[in-house]
Design a protein around this ligand. Structure first.
Ligand SMILES: [Zn+2]
Length: 93
C-alpha cells in the first residue's frame, strides 16, 4: 500500500458499513464541508503531488477526510506516476 508512505494521514470519511457520512468532525466537533486538498506522497524515489483531490475538510481544525473510493483512485494515480521515476510529479485529479 503506497498510501502508507504519505505524509498526510488519510482518514476514511464516514462510518464503515452504513454508508452514512459523519457531518461533524470527530476530532473537534466542527463543521465539515466539501472541498479539495493537495495530496503528497513520497514514494522513496520521488514526490508525487496530486492536486484538486476531493475531501471533506473541517472548518475548525482543518482535518481532512478522503472517501475510500477517492483513496483508491489516488493510489492508482500514484502508482502510475511512480513508474515514471521522476523526482517530482505533479498531477491534477
Ligand atoms: Zn475538526
Amino acid at each position: 500500500m503506497i498510501l502508507e508512505h504519505t505524509r498526510k494521514f488519510i482518514k476514511s470519511a464516514g462510518q464503515k458499513g452504513n454508508g452514512r457520512k459523519v457531518e461533524r468532525c470527530p476530532m473537534c466537533g466542527g463543521q465539515k464541508h466539501q472541498g479539495t486538498t493537495t495530496y503528497t506522497v513520497d514514494t522513496g524515489i520521488g514526490l508525487v503531488i496530486v492536486r484538486n483531490v476531493r475531501a471533506e475538510i473541517c472548518a475548525q481544525c482543518g482535518e481532512e477526510w478522503i472517501d475510500n473510493s477517492i483513496a483508491q483512485e489516488l493510489e492508482r494515480i500514484v502508482n502510475e506516476a511512480g513508474k515514471k521515476r521522476h523526482q517530482v510529479e505533479v498531477l491534477v485529479m
